[in-house]
Structure formats: C-alpha cells, structure tokens
Design a protein around this ligand. Structure first.
Ligand code: 4AD
Ligand code: MG
Length: 482
C-alpha cells in the first residue's frame, strides 16, 4: 500500500487507490485531512456528502481511522497540489469526539508538558510525528555512516558487573527479595546468592567491551541503551538514553576528533537531505516559540541554517588549558556572573562555561581536549606532565551550541603498567575489571573512541529544547511512566 508521503509526490491519475490513515480534521462534511504518519503533510480527501449516510459522516471525527478510496486529481484549493477524490469511505475505527476533547488529540495548541503526560498519544501530533521521524532517520544515518566506513556493530551487554565510567551511577539488577535479602557473615547482602552470583548493574556505557572488540575487529561501534542513576533533573539528562560508541584500533586522539567531526557532519547532512519537510515544520515551530521568549534566549539562527552551518564550518579545537585562560579572562567571570567562578587550572567545566565558549566566544562547535586527569575517567591515556607540572589525559569533549556536551571521548590508556597503577590508585578491583587490564598484555595498541548521546543529537537537529521530548518514553528521576 502506498503511503501518503509518496502519494503527495505523485501525479494525478485515473487509477483507483485506497489510503488508510487517521482523520486530522473534517470540514463542511466534505474535506477530510488524512494523515498516515509517513509525512508531516496531510492528504486532502474530498467527498460528496450526498453519497453517504449521516451515520457515517458523523463518524468521520478527529483521530478516527478511515480507509478512503478514490482517484488523485489536481487540487482546486490552495494549500495542496493534489487531492483524493473519494468514491468510498470506510470507518476502520471510531473516536468519540467527547473523549478526544479531553486529550491532546483535540485540535488546538497543547503545551509540551501536557503532551508529556500523554506520551502514549503524543506521536499523533504534528510536532512529535516530525521529531520521531527525524529521530528514526538519524538512527539509520548512524548505521549507514559506520557501515560505509567499514565498521562492525558490536552488541555490548546491557547487564554488566562493571562500572565503565567509575562514577557509581548505576542501577542495580537483582532477583533477591528486597524485603528479606540473604545476608553474609558480616551482615551485608550476600550477592553470591543472587541471580548472577555477584553484584550486577545496567550498563552506563558499552565502551570497555567495545575496546576489546576494536582490538580484534579493528573498528567497531555500539548503538544501544545506556542507563545512569544520576539525579540530574535537567533538560539534557535522561536516566535511560541511547549512546553511539565507536572504538578504533590505531587511532590517536587527533584521528578520533576527525572521526567524530566527520561523523556528526555526515548524519546532520543526512537529516537535511532526507527530512526536509519535518525540519521546515520544526523550524517554524521553533520560530513561533521564540516569539514568546526574551531576545537573549532565542535561537541565533533558523533551524535549517543552523544545521547547514555545521557542515560548512570546521569545529574549533581548543585545549582545556587554553579554554581555562579564555574563561578566566571572560567578561562573565570578571563580573562574577558565573555561578561557578573560574579561578584556577583544574576546575571542572560547568555547562555555563561550556555554553559561554561555544555560544559567545567561538560561536561554533568546539572540541576541548587534554583535560586534567583528576576530573576524567580512569581509562584515558595519560599525557606527560606539562611545563607547569600539570597532569592531563587525552580526553576530548565536543560542545554544541544550545546543547553543551554532545560527545565525550578519549584516547585510551594502552600501557599495562600505567593503567594498572591508575586502577590501583582509584581502587578499581581486579575482580571487577581484571579482564580490561589483561587485554593490555596482548598486542595492546593505541586506540580511541567516543560516545555520542543520541538524544542530544536529536535535540540539536529538531531544535527541541528538552531531552524528554525527543525520546518516546523518557525516564527521569521520579518518572518511569508508560
Ligand atoms: O561523556 P560520557 O559519560 O562518556 C562515556 O560514557 C564514554 N564511555 C564514551 C566513550 O568514550 N565511548 O557520555 C557520552 C555522551 C555525552 O557526551 C552525552 O552526549 C551523553 O553521552 N550523555 C547523556 N545523554 C543523556 N542523558 C544523560 N544522563 C547522559 N550522560 C551522558
Ligand atoms: Mg562526558
């Protein structure tokens, strides 16, 4: 069966076709706006009311499902090139207007919070239809990019015994009775009696397992759900999000940056080419929203222009040390406008600092690299101390306007002794990550990778301001509805 996206591209024809979809509006007992989810645009079906029972006409309501048969003719009305001249209408499923009125399916403007409360219905609105089509296209573009570059997808485990980021933000998995767990001799919960006979968790990242696959398949990527029990109730954090993690043997940090930049440009280009109608709709939506906002909070560029800008400009590469200098001497720092003032080297960058660098200082995506070892994960490759005796690691973060951190990655510590020392210093046990260390004994080479938070990419491409509105069913602190 042809879908409306394709129908709207076709020419008038005498061949009879049947279209199934949901009613978006019904005017004057004559004009049905039909949507089947394949495009932001509706197909107008025109019926002759005289040919139908009142009973049937009364069932052509918003949200009802119908099958309309007819032929495609040039449209006399403005607003569409082509329309369906109907010869037959069949009601496939009714929707009671009184019930519809109580939901977000009623044809009026609903705010995003209300839509979130009815997440099971929201994909039937224009905004969420557009966002989710773009999300699906971006997902395909991710696989397309890596497959074309000769990467293998590695399916890393979702249940794991290790804390890949060492940040202790994991959700525990257990089949023990929470009311009456077995205890060991010291009175602690005896995980030996648990399903996996040890403590286990939902993964925070597939990186460590992906590394073992890169040292073998050469270049791999993961694309799967990851879980973080961080209590960050922000518009950029989810407890369950999808992450893309490429890992490449023989790549150093520069090659890693090249990969990340090329990849981001490619998938954004794909969306521009393949989601033009949805992006146009979302651009208009954003412009309408901006009108309600103070000038300082408005998007500096229309959505499409912003996306095209990414493809046309090199990301600015700046070391952490340079960034700290810029921030220290910045106006907001001197005028004490930052919530966290930047006084010395070693400070962790907060989102206010990242946003200043990207949105005010450089006005383009920025790759920050060579971070202080102290504020980064244990697996990152240690640099030689700099002239001031500062210790940095070969880390990189890619910061995007309006988003902040889009990508986090690094060159990995491939030297057995250095890694062993680091793990000892950070009290990471052999029991937990001995396998990760052991890999460094056998042909361990320079390798690098990064993680892209898929929802942050979808936010950027759709212009949506809240991460809860780019994933079908967001999981956040205090919320696992649906
Ligand atoms: O910077 P992160 O924590 O890096 C890692 O997990 C590495 N293991 C990646 C790697 O090198 N293979 O997370 C990577 C990205 C962030 O830059 C951000 O885009 C996203 O994942 N992210 C989140 N997205 C939504 N909600 C959260 N709570 C997120 N935490 C991280
Ligand atoms: Mg990070």
């Amino acid at each position: 069966m042809k879908r409306i996206a394709a129908i709207l591209q076709s020419d008038p024809s005498m061949v009879e076709i049947t279209i199934k979809g949901w009613v978006r509006s019904f005017r004057n007992d004559r004009f049905i706006a039909l949507n089947d989810g394949s495009t932001i645009h509706n197909l107008q079906a025109v019926i002759e009311p005289e040919n139908y029972d009142r009973d049937l006409l009364d069932q052509i309501n918003v949200a009802a499902a119908v099958a309309v048969t007819g032929t495609l003719i040039e449209s006399a009305g403005s607003g569409q090139r082509i329309e369906l001249q109907a010869t037959k209408v069949e009601i496939l499923a009714t929707a009671d207007p009184e019930e519809v009125k109580k939901t977000i399916l009623s044809p009026k403007k609903h705010n995003l919070e209300t839509l979130r409360e009815q997440a099971h219905l929201r994909v039937r609105t224009n905004t969420f239809g557009a966002v989710m089509r773009v999300r699906a296209a971006l997902s395909f573009a991710v696989h397309k990019y890596f497959q074309e570059q000769g990467f293998y997808q590695a399916h890393t485990p979702i249940i794991t015994g290790s804390d890949a980021e060492g940040a202790g933000e994991m959700f525990r998995i257990s089949t023990l009775d929470p009311k009456n767990p077995p205890l060991d001799e010291e009175g602690n919960i005896d995980y030996k009696q648990d399903f996996f006979e040890k403590e286990s968790n939902l993964t925070v990242s597939g990186q460590l397992e992906a590394e073992t696959y890169a040292i073998g398949l050469g270049q791999v990527y993961t694309f799967g759900p990851t879980f973080r029990a961080e209590n960050s109730n922000t518009s950029r954090h989810l407890a369950e999000f999808w992450m893309i993690e490429p890992e490449v043997a023989f790549n150093d940090l520069d090659a890693n940056m090249d990969l990340a930049e090329g990849f981001l440009k490619s998938v954004i280009d794909y969306a521009l080419e393949n989601c033009a109608d949805d992006i146009a709709f979302l651009e208009k939506r954003q412009a309408d929203e901006d009108k309600q906002k103070p000038a300082a909070e408005r998007s500096p560029m229309p959505l499409r222009e912003k996306l095209e800008f990414i493809g046309k400009n090199n990301f600015k590469r700046v070391s952490y040390t340079e960034a700290i200098d810029i921030l220290r001497n910045s106006k907001p720092n001197k005028k004490k406008k930052f919530k966290y003032p930047i006084n010395e080297w070693g400070a962790d960058l907060q989102s206010e600092h990242e946003r200043y660098l990207v949105e005010k200082h450089f006005e383009c995506p920025v790759i920050l690299f060579d971070y202080p070892a102290k504020i980064k994960a244990f697996y990152m490759r240690l640099n030689d101390k700099d002239a001031n005796g500062n210790e940095t690691v070969r880390a990189m973060d890619i910061l995007f306007p309006g988003i902040g951190e889009m990508v986090g990655g690094s060159q990995r510590e491939e030297r057995y002794d250095v890694l062993k020392q680091k793990m000892t210093d950070m009290e990471i046990s052999d029991e937990e990550l001995g396998w990760y260390l052991e890999m460094r004994k056998f042909g361990s080479v320079v390798h690098s990778g990064f993680g892209l938070g898929f929802e942050r990419l979808v936010m950027f491409v759709t212009g949506m301001g809240n991460i809860r509105d780019v994933i079908p069913y967001p999981r956040t602190p205090g919320n696992a509805e649906f």
